[in-house]
Ligand binder design. Sequence first.
Ligand SMILES: [Zn+2]
Length: 208
Amino acid sequence: MGYNISVLECPNCAATDIRPGQSFCHWCRSALIISDFSSIYSMSNDAYSEYADKLTNNKDSYIKNGMQGDYENSLGMAYLRLGNTSLAVSSFKKAAQLGIQNPETYFYMGIAMLNKQRPFLSSKNNVSEVIECIETAINIEKKGIYYFTAAFVEYDFYELKHLRPPEPIDNYLSCAKRFGVTQKDIKMVFDMINYTVPNELLTRMNKI
Ligand SMILES: [Zn+2]
């Protein structure tokens, strides 16, 4: 008799004395789960490309510990960093289906859906889905970068095409300013969509 107690194994050093809820291995300090994108964005190229492999090799360990949502989310972040946007979207969708309540999951699902290009080049349906993802993230947690990105998506797709945006762009910009969007946040998001932030949008936000 007795229970088969499963332990989470560190994907990097294979330590097995990891407690559920730990985000970092207390031995090698490597990430066990990625809950915000900036932590994988700041890793070196070698580190994040290895991370996805290590993670997938340890999938069973995450599942046994009831951490499948965190697993899929971490994998989505790693895929996005690697530039594999379709795999990123499918991992983020699985994390969402598993009920993860992390705003980053939804925000970066939207970023991945842009498929490394500006919204201007995307279809209207896709852009609507991207905005929906960002709105879901905002409903969980209000962050300046979420609002700023929503403003940019609407500006680039609707305003530049002389279409009426679903939400007034200046509302998003005013919230972006209020919730303290930073240049660092903006750079990270625009790196992922391979585009340069329009100065006109920054000027407009500063004037609000
Ligand atoms: Zn470790």
